[in-house]
Design a protein around this ligand. Sequence first.
Ligand code: ATP
Length: 264
Amino acid sequence: MTDSRIPDNHPRAKSLHTREKLINSHLEGIVAASGLIAHGRGEAFDYLLGEKTSKLALEAIDAAAAMFLTARNPVISVNGNTAALVAEEVVKLANITGSKIEVNLFYRSRARELVIKKLLEKAGAHEIFGVGKNASARIPELSSERRRVDPKGILAADVVMVPLEDGDRTEALVKIGKKVIAIDLNPLSRTAAKATITIVDNIVRSMPKLVGSVGKMKNQGVGKFREILRNFDNGKNLAESMLLIKENLSKFAAEGGTERGRAM
Ligand code: ATP
């Protein structure tokens, strides 16, 4: 375990606590070493996005909520980083949307599957798909361990949420007819481009908001959900997220290069 000496008044306390959580989870075998690097890539984009949930991300969150609420058989796919950062929100989202939870790992080992399953159960999950022999089906066109899926979970799903995914798997899932919801801070990633709905935001901020959005929308009619989905254009949302980064950079530059360092 790492020893936390992050003072609460540290200007980057939140981000440092998240890092510490990931490092501890890595030491516990939940997060792969490459998961730490992937988080760093995400953090860089978070800086450029102003480290807050944008209006565009909120629109994608509402569209994702509508997609969950119109799904017949939704599944939330969980990897090490997702389990380490938002296990409780995953369980809340699964409960409120009637989704299954499936473990899917790039670096799959029996020990990692089990420690992630245990973490999700501790967060309140009752049934976890995709563990051990249950991950017996294969997604075509994928060569890594992530192609292994549960025939009762992702294989049978119509909507799959894949937070913090990579592009190959997102594309492969779309190719076999799944609607894919991704969370990715990088609007330029292949995942972001291939998913049906991409929430360009930090998973730590967006998962609680998604649970909230489903809760608010839940009692509205299916007509309303369809209307939200009809009006959502993922390509447009991504393009506007790229422009938001550009605008933020212009704003930070206009404030003066050294002013920003002082403010953070
Ligand atoms: P792709 O194959 O989609 O182009 P990649 O090779 O960057 O993406 P990975 O290395 O698997 O994919 O990284 C996962 C993605 O998760 C990265 O794009 C990163 O921006 C994103 N990410 C990491 N941490 C977070 C987080 N906390 N919240 C949201 N997104 C994150």
